[in-house]
Design a binder for this molecule. Structure first.
Ligand code: UDP
Ligand code: MG
Length: 322
């Protein structure tokens, strides 16, 4: 890593955050001012269809600070969509995404950059438990990630937030994933770049109210599960085999002399049910493959090659979408 100038893009989604945005920007600005001079900075705010004065705040931030850019959605498309838009708009060689409510402390940015300089393309942040009793929400989230680790090949670190740093190669690879239902923390893990971790304690919100209610969080969890596991589609097969085996044994038992006639009926019912479940599992297997094809993830990601300089350009099989 030399001393030539580098552009760092900071991407911040904001939904109805008019109260906290000025505070956030002030704090971010203080952190950015302390970075070594080789970092040129741009801040990309994404207004996710806010209904309060968020857009007005962003306009005046951009007018007062040449480093600020913003996008504003026509309506609320959700946090993951807002993050994606910001990452697409980012022009930097490095990009850091964080929430604009001060729960992700901007003061952590220098630590993220340090890890990048140590050679990591991806630096994720892990939220340590805040002091005091563990909140139900955090416990649910931990269970969810454990469940997900069990169901899926892609590991998502528990308590990993969408507060992370990515190098340009990792970002380009991520943006090649065009799926509609986006679970970014899983997608970044799927890319497989060596990742480092930085721990932080979440701060209370700077101002305003949380926008992520339980319903949205459950929807995100469902997106994560469905996008990263085929286990639910395959589940009918073992269930069908168990039911079928039970049915077969019952039928055989019923054929012995002197057994009640009802036993045979019961057995054939289970046998048929088992066969139907297995057929559903077969359909699920095809459905899963169609899902893979439609989602069109790249079928590989290159981390480095002799054709590019070290730290290489990540290239997938499919051309990036325009
Ligand atoms: N956010 C967004 N679109 C939404 C919901 C949230 O862009 O539909 C933003 C929000 O402005 C904040 C971040 O996503 O910067 C996280 O939201 P929130 O603080 O409500 O979630 P929590 O911290 O409770 O997970
Ligand atoms: Mg928050």
């Amino acid at each position: 890593v030399g001393d030539n100038p580098l552009t760092l893009s900071v991407v911040c989604p904001a939904y109805n955050e008019e109260e906290v945005l000025p505070l956030f920007h002030r704090e971010l600005d203080a952190v950015l001012a302390g970075l070594p001079p080789r970092y040129r900075v741009e801040v990309v705010y994404v207004d996710d269809g806010s209904r309060d004065g968020t857009l007005g705040v962003l306009r005046s931030l951009a007018a007062a600070d040449a480093r600020v850019r913003y996008l504003s959605f026509s309506r609320n498309f959700g946090h993951q969509a807002a993050l994606t838009a910001g990452l697409e708009a980012a022009r930097g060689e490095l990009v850091v995404s964080l929430d604009s409510d001060l729960q992700h402390p901007p003061t952590l940015i220098p630590a993220l950059l340090e890890q990048w300089q140590a050679g990591y393309d991806v630096v994720i942040t892990i939220r340590d438990a805040a002091p005091g009793p563990v909140r139900l929400e955090h416990r649910l989230s931990r269970w969810f990630y454990r469940f997900m680790a069990w169901l899926s090949d892609t590991e998502v670190r528990p308590a990993a937030a969408d507060f992370r740093l990515m190098s340009r190669p990792a970002l380009d690879a991520l943006l090649r994933m065009r799926e509609y239902h986006r679970f970014l923390r899983g997608m970044v893990g799927w890319l497989g770049f060596p990742a480092s971790e930085v721990h932080y304690t979440p701060a209370p919100r700077g101002a305003g109210r949380p926008k992520y209610d339980l319903r949205r969080k459950l929807r995100l969890a469902l997106d994560g599960l469905v996008s990263f596991s085929k286990v639910p589609l395959r589940l009918p097969v073992p269930a069908g085999l168990v039911a079928g085996a039970f049915g077969l044994l019952t039928c055989l038992y019923a054929l012995l002399p002197g057994r009640p006639a009802g036993a045979f009926h019961l057995g054939s019912l289970y046998l048929l049910g088992g066969a139907v479940l297995c057929a559903l599992g077969v359909l699920g297997e095809y459905l899963g493959r169609i899902y893979d094809e439609v989602r069109a993830r790249p079928c590989y990601v290159v981390k480095e090659s002799s054709d590019t300089n070290a730290g290489g350009q990540a290239r997938g099989f499919r051309a990036p979408a325009a």
